[in-house]
Design a binder for this molecule. Structure first.
Ligand code: NI
Length: 461
């Protein structure tokens, strides 16, 4: 088999060789006749122009200055935007110079090459984003990188802290949801890394992480395009005016104090609905941790809560202490509750509040749901006294970042909520779900196996 293949191959090769050598002879004759073999300068320029042409379609209204420097010890070609804002122009020029100087110091052969070009985007009438890209061949090693600059007519854009935070919160979510590389991302690095670039484009803010920063080098450059609508309230006025408000998405205002009310042990036909009436009246949300075998008592209340934008978590199936339960029992408690959630909401819960706040290693290791505790306990179940519940919250001091524990079973609690919700809003709080609190207030990516309880909140508040 191998032999036959070899014979066939060599036969073909021989024929090709014949044709090729004929062609080569023709080329040699031609070039010696016309004496105009392309000069290496022109070859390099043609190569650079070819590379530049990939970017020229995306250079919004900026003029380019092109420079070609052929050299036997390494050639450079750059296409640089002309920017009228002075400090932006200086910063961009300095970056180009740095790239060139570093290349020149190290380049040694004709194969060494540095190509630099850019893309630019008009974010609004006066805001432009520029993305500078280089491709470098140095000592046989190919490398490339991106650097961004954003500016308006006055100069480099000062990105306000709120916008930056809000953009990063959204970017992290987008990156982790990415099917291609989301699972390769190191969440801890993602939470901590400041090593990213922001780019204002026509449709949103792109957050760019170079390869190897928050995921293995092999995943390459990571890019999250955060649509302007997601960060609308924090945008510079000139961009904001072109972004229509999206009322289907709840806006969490990170400039406000955020607090999460949570209600356990329901759903309860009467009191869950009363609590929801109050929340709805104030355009607010809370989180309900429902007991699986109680769900059939009031599935409509549970459904209504979800429809109002509230979050619904599990509180086990029989209100079992999951610290002392066997692994088998833990799994059973989770699975049976999941089934009830599927029936009513069409999806499984992502959070579990362990009954009694009791968590042990068996639960940590056998639960795919995030384990959520609380930071303020109103002890509403103990006193069943509206005024005591109200006072326990009002006397707590600063509630920013707190998760407040209450229950769906008592008239006293439902009455306390009628007083607490407007009081919180008057005092500058926005009521959010637990997920929203973790995302916007703590900027943390939840992990399974970890218990987010009083001590976690104490050390992160
Ligand atoms: Ni409970």
């Amino acid at each position: 088999m191998n032999k036959i293949l070899f014979w066939e191959m060599s036969d073909i090769n021989a024929r090709f060789l014949k044709i090729l050598s004929g062609l080569c002879a023709a080329v040699i004759v031609l070039s010696s006749l016309s004496a105009c073999a392309p000069k290496p300068e022109s070859v390099f320029k043609a190569e650079a122009d070819q590379w530049f042409s990939d970017y020229e379609g995306a250079q919004a209204a900026l003029k380019s200055e092109k420079i070609y420097e052929y050299n036997e010890k390494g050639s450079v070609a750059v296409s640089k935007p002309k920017v009228s804002a002075v400090d932006a122009d200086t910063a961009i020029s300095e970056y180009y110079d740095t790239l060139k100087n570093e290349f020149r110091l190290r380049a040694q052969t004709e194969q060494d090459k540095l190509l630099v070009s850019y893309k630019s985007y008009k974010a609004s009438d006066d805001i432009t984003g520029v993305e500078i890209l280089y491709s470098q061949m140095l000592g046989g090693v190919q490398s490339s990188a991106v650097r961004t600059f954003n500016f308006d007519k006055n100069g480099l854009l000062q990105i306000d802290d709120v916008l930056q935070r809000l953009t990063m919160i959204n970017a992290k979510e987008i990156l982790l949801a990415n099917e291609q590389y989301g699972t390769a991302i190191d969440k801890e690095k993602l939470n901590e890394s400041r090593d990213y670039q922001l780019l204002f484009t026509e449709s949103g803010i792109s957050v760019i992480y170079a390869g190897g920063t928050v995921a293995p080098e092999s995943a390459g450059e990571l890019r999250a395009d955060v649509p302007y609508v997601r960060v609308r309230y924090a945008l510079p006025e000139s961009i904001k005016q072109n972004v229509p408000e999206d009322n289907s998405v709840r806006t969490v205002d990170i400039t406000k104090k955020l607090v999460a009310l949570t209600f356990d042990d329901g759903p309860n036909r009467k009191y869950t609905n009363e609590i929801l009436d109050t929340l709805e009246a104030y355009d607010s949300v809370a989180t309900f941790f429902e007991v699986g075998n109680v769900i059939p008592n009031a599935p409509e209340a549970m459904k209504r809560a979800a429809e109002l934008g509230c979050e619904i978590g599990s509180h086990s199936y029989t209100h079992k202490n999951l610290q002392t339960a066997s692994v088998e029992r833990i799994k059973e408690e989770i699975e049976k509750t999941d089934a009830k959630f599927e029936e009513v909401l069409g999806c499984k819960p992502t959070m579990l509040r362990p009954p009694y706040g009791a968590v042990g290693s068996k639960l940590r290791e056998n639960c795919d749901e995030y384990l959520i505790g609380w930071s303020v306990d109103t002890e509403d179940w103990k006193y069943r006294d509206k005024d005591k519940v109200v006072a326990s919250v009002k006397n707590e001091g600063d509630l920013d970042g707190d998760v407040i524990l209450m229950h769906s079973l008592y008239e006293s609690t439902a009455d306390a909520v009628k007083e607490l919700v407007p009081w919180l809003i008057e005092n500058g709080y926005q009521l959010v779900t637990v997920s929203e609190l973790m995302k916007y207030r703590y900027e943390t990516e939840l992990e399974t196996g970890k218990y987010y309880s009083g001590s976690w909140f104490d050390s992160n508040k």
